[in-house]
Design a protein around this ligand. Structure first.
Ligand code: GDP
Ligand code: IMO
Ligand code: MG
Length: 427
């Protein structure tokens, strides 16, 4: 009954989609457990190239049951669009299921995400404006509408009526925008309900049954550890927990069930949106990485901020998640660089520190202390065996392994499934 959680170890976009698609070939269940369609998971495989936002990246393996867990907030229109696009491209989605406990993203969440960002002015968080933050806020405030509510139209109408009245006061009185029409929102959500009802299940039971049959289950993380609302760069974070602990909650699984926790790290760092990033490169090297790696968001198309590998943050991430192993992605992007830097400590207010500060203002004052390593300046995309990597590339990976304090299981050298080096077994 092995369960492997695949967790973003940095600021998101580490390549979780690629790793899940790869490992799903041997799995029977894949569960998305957090976030919403703020996530964008790119997968390149024999079916083509895909950018998934809600559907788990295991959907391409015909034996895999894919579950959107209770911890996800679902924009039903986006999900329906994604299912239709996959079907048009020949991908079977009949093994997709949705937890009846997942909260829905409603039109007022999307409106408020944008209005709140604009109200923050220069202090905007840089959210994806998909309504994810407001939907999780409503979940905590017990003002959410859940997928299970789709199954009872009368109850849905009653619940929507009381909530929309309250939201319309905020929209009109605080932000001075037009109110939403109860009838229109209800009619639209009834259409969504019609389309999605066949997918809705008590999915935690399905998971339990799969485990009792001894099947391999993957938990697919969204976002990254440093965007966690507790342990990330608060308030420049997302609104649900991308951590391994969040995986148990968001899938409906006991923590004792986790067999392995795989941290996915890029061979360097990127971040989209606001908030401190100590190793950010605002120079030609940063631009070079961005263009070579096409570091633009899968969800919003925004340019990603690029920088050197931050081992202080990485070690923190290993500790807080309990990574049993790591996947290092995008090693090939560094192929052309003559010298590489790794941040091994921070300089904070005249003192050298080796921990990741919890206070965002302190983190913003941290200056990286770098260690330099020689680059390999040779192509790695076609390499499949660790021993065939250039010596300097092996030295770089070995140093990362030492600093992040867990064994490297996988090294990715390109976006395609096969462009992967299996360094040590995960299980
Ligand atoms: P996710 O959100 O963690 O799933 O990551 P994204 O899909 O948003 O961003 C990762 C990007 O890197 C995608 O465009 C992937 O296709 C790509 N990718 C993943 N692994 C590798 C790799 O080893 N090399 C290269 N060149 N691209 C990769
Ligand atoms: P994947 O799963 C990268 C970032 C946003 C913003 C902050 C808050 O593809 O790794 P939100 O819309 O969640 O309220 O935005 O979080 N963010 C991500 N950055 N990858 C993601 O997901 C992200 N999901 C949210 O850019 O800075
Ligand atoms: Mg992404």
């Amino acid at each position: 009954m092995p369960v492997i959680a695949i967790i973003g170890a940095q600021w998101g976009d580490e390549g979780k989609g690629k790793v899940v698609d790869l490992l799903a070939q041997k799995a029977r269940v894949v569960v998305r457990f957090s976030g919403g369609d703020n996530a964008g998971h790119s997968v390149v495989n024999p079916y083509g190239e895909f950018g998934l936002h809600l559907v788990p990246s295991g959907i391409f393996s015909s034996q895999v049951v894919c579950i959107i867990g209770n911890g996800v907030v679902i924009n039903p229109g986006v999900l329906i669009g994604e299912i239709e696009q996959l079907n048009q491209r020949g991908v079977d989605t009949s093994r997709l299921f949705i937890s009846d406990r997942a909260n829905l993203i409603m039109p007022y969440h999307i409106l408020l995400d944008g209005l709140e960002e604009e109200a923050r002015g220069g202090k905007a968080l840089g959210t994806t404006r998909k309504g994810v933050g407001p939907a999780f806020a409503d979940k905590a405030a017990r003002l959410g509408i859940r997928t299970g509510d789709f199954l009872d139209r009368e109850a849905l109408l009653e619940r929507l009526r009381s909530i929309i009245d309250y939201k319309n006061i905020i929209l009109t009185k605080i932000y001075g925008v037009s109110p939403l029409s109860l009838d229109e929102v209800y009619a639209q959500y009834c259409q969504y309900a019609e389309r999605l009802a066949p997918y809705i299940r008590e999915t935690a039971i399905m998971l339990e049954e799969a485990l009792s049959r001894g099947e391999l289950v993957l938990l697919e993380g969204a976002q990254g550890t440093l965007l966690d609302p507790d342990f990330g760069t608060y308030p420049y974070t997302t609104s649900s927990s991308p951590l391994a602990g969040g995986g148990c909650l968001g899938a409906g699984l006991s923590p004792t069930r986790l067999t392995r926790i795989l941290g996915v790290f890029k061979a360097y760092c990127t971040r989209v949106g606001g908030g401190p990033m100590p190793t950010e490169l605002k120079d030609e090297t940063g631009d070079l990485i961005r263009e070579r790696a096409h570091e633009y968001g899968t969800t919003t198309g925004r340019p990603r901020r690029c920088g050197w590998f931050d081992a202080v943050a990485a070690r923190f991430s290993t500790r807080i998640n309990g990574f049993t192993g790591a996947a290092i992605t995008r090693l090939d992007i560094l192929d052309i660089l003559p010298r590489l830097k790794i941040c091994v400590a921070y300089q904070l207010d005249g003192q050298k520190i080796d921990y990741f500060p919890g206070n965002v203002a302190a983190l913003a004052r941290c200056q990286p202390v770098y260690e330099e390593l020689p680059g390999w300046q040779a192509p790695t995309s076609d390499i499949r065996n660790y021993d065939q990597l250039p010596l300097e590339a092996r030295q770089y990976v070995a140093r990362l392994e030492e600093l992040i304090a867990c064994p490297v299981n996988l090294i990715c050298v390109g976006p395609e499934r096969e462009q992967t080096i299996h360094k040590t077994p995960i299980l």
